[in-house]
Ligand binder design. Sequence first.
Ligand code: GDP
Ligand code: MG
Length: 303
Amino acid sequence: MSKYKSGFVTLLGRPNVGKSTLINKLVGKKITITSPIAQTTRNKLRGILTTDDTQMIFIDTPGVHKPHHLLGEKLVKNAISAINGVDLILLIFDSYYKPGRGDEYIRDLLITTKSKCIVVLNKWDLLENRDKFIRMDQYKELLNDNLISFQKVSAFSGYGCNQLTKKIREFLPEGKPLYPKDTIVDQPIKVLLSELIREQVLLNTREEIPHSVAVQIEKIEYKKNKGKEITAILATIIVERKSQKGILIGKGGSMLKVIGKSARINMRNLIEGSIYLELFVKVIPNWRKKESKLIEFGYEEDF
Ligand code: GDP
Ligand code: MG
């Protein structure tokens, strides 16, 4: 029997390359939100995969990009702090595209750390056959040869994911599991629930509601009715403008209904029994520029 291994694995990459999707695939449950819109992951989420011989704790970072406002700055700071002091970095690229300028920025960032690294070429399912031959070489060239291992995957289909977890294990130090074996995520349930609501806001409203939306879970109540478990959740969606509030509520509350229904379906992955979800919308002008609001909504730097 081989020795048990455990360690922290940070996923680093530009927005939208598929970091969150990959963690979900590797861990096997929907724990972090994904969307076609960049920058949906705000907090550093940890997804945990425990097998018979390894425990991998994945740290999801918001995509690294040039910050435009206070919230943006905090997102990037959190991402950079996540690459220090981990056992392994997964550097994720969207292999549908050949390497470009933004990728050089990430590479240079990586050079400043001494952590070990696996390069993951994601979205391999999207590549045309002729590109498959050249893409790996293009990325090897971008990164020089001081980075050891490359793995092509599709976080969508699961292609390459088993090989990836094998490679990850090779890099991790020997050690006991750091979390109980049935833990899949170490974020408080409140954070997960608010992320699931925010995901639906972004998916259903597209550009009309930009990233200035925040979700605050006001109350979670566990009840029992005729032996059945019921979880009642009260949440407020915070936007910056009155017009956005109108869009979010929709005609006769229709939009809010759609958002609530889809969020509730995803919450079933996290909560046993029935779920009762009540949503409110509140306008707080310019909340992203207010330090106190950032902290109140959970974006403080606690790492
Ligand atoms: P993140 O910003 O890096 O966390 O990216 P997400 O995980 O949110 O993914 C961004 C988008 O890419 C979503 O629409 C995903 O469904 C999509 N995506 C992620 N991985 C794959 C993949 O392997 N193949 C394809 N075709 N799409 C993917
Ligand atoms: Mg993400």
